[in-house]
Design a protein around this ligand. Structure first.
Ligand SMILES: [Zn+2]
Length: 192
């Protein structure tokens, strides 16, 4: 059990396609445990292995998880070597998407409305999950991570421009917020 640091945008591991898992051993079980601990601690509803620096095709998810509601039971699921299938109807969704590896930012991102994943769990047992809405978005987002892609690359047009601009600007540090407040108060005192 360990909460591991999450790699953030700019780290090459997030740009590197992950390798299929071939050994279903204690090390894999441990990796999955650590990923689940790290996901809940973040808090997040999905996490892919490259986000903790491990280049293997593994992701975990719990899209019901709400850190503000203790009554929701935690049910984390694991997909190893996932195969993603988008629904044939081609229906899309346009909700806001964020990523633990791109902290503090969210952008409207077009995704398939329905999708499914097939793979195995950490013991090698076959699993299949079907999703709509947030769950389908989660599957697409996590499999993108395993292919070395961040959701930012899915953005187009003005949203993409806004994302590029936001990434160039570092988030305001507490010191900068404090300094701006002090400056504002000083201005008020001098009446200018
Ligand atoms: Zn992500």
């Amino acid at each position: 059990m360990a909460v591991l640091p999450i790699r953030t945008v700019g780290d090459p591991v997030l740009r590197t396609p992950a390798e299929p898992v071939t050994r279903f051993d204690a090390a894999l079980a441990r990796l999955v445990e650590d990923m689940i601990d790290t996901m809940y601690a973040a808090p997040g509803v999905g996490l892919a292995a490259p986000q903790i620096g491990v280049g293997l095709r593994v992701f975990v998810f719990d899209c019901e998880y709400d850190p503000r509601d203790e009554s929701v039971p935690r049910v984390a699921r694991t997909v190893v070597n996932p195969e993603l299938t988008l629904a044939a109807d081609g229906e899309l969704q346009d909700g806001s998407e964020g990523c633990l590896s791109v902290p503090g930012l969210h952008f409207p991102t077009t995704r398939a409305l329905r999708a499914s994943v097939r793979g195995v769990d950490e013991t090698g047992t076959p699993v299949e999950y079907r999703g709509e809405g947030l769950l389908a978005r989660c599957f697409q987002h996590e499999v993108d991570h395993l292919d070395g892609m961040l959701y930012l690359e899915r953005l187009t047009g003005e949203v993409r421009t806004a994302a590029v601009r936001a990434l160039r600007e570092p988030p305001p540090s507490p010191e900068r917020v404090q300094a701006a407040g002090d400056e504002l108060r000083a201005l008020r005192r001098t009446g200018s």
